[in-house]
Ligand binder design. Sequence first.
Ligand code: GRF
Length: 203
Amino acid sequence: FRIVVLVSGTGTNLQALLDAAADPAYGATVVAVGSDRDGTLGQQRAEAAGVPVFVVRVPDFDSRQEWDRALADQVAAHEPDLVVLAGFMKLVGEEYLRRYGGRTVNTHPALSPSFPGMHGPADALTYGVKVTGCTLFFVDGGVDTGPIVDQRTVPVADDDTVETLHERIKTAERGMLVDAVGRMARGGWRVEGRRVLLGTGPG
Ligand code: GRF
């Protein structure tokens, strides 16, 4: 079961997947790591693990559509069964979604459908919720709106800052990601309307 991971940042979610996939019993291999920018810690983590890296930068293309096609082409070259967006800070476009929407998951540091967008932990803190969490979902054309694969809850402490809350969420997020991706690899999945059913045959 071949996984391509796309990252833009520090790549702690990527690292969790690399560590899990080092055990053959996990049932999946990270075959490539892609990014929309150069020099991220995520790419260094991939290189350290001996995983090939590719970069597809928006400013290198005349239009967002051409970037989107190039991204889909790079992903396609690695023939993934699943693409994991792990802190990938670009919205994929129509062509990417047409080709890989059915097999691309993203993580969001909030409990969907609450607090979509770039500031999930800050928005949860400002709102005053006592419980937040993280969500793994299939990407669609919206912002953090696709069918939900898995969620974990995280308590909000009175003395939390955005940073301490996000760190607690990220710990839960890594566990969720490793667990759910492993289940997808080993047992497949089916999407019925908005409901994602794991362990139901080949993905
Ligand atoms: C995660 O919380 C992800 O949900 C959010 O950015 C963070 C990425 O962390 N979009 P990392 O790069 O995996 O360390």
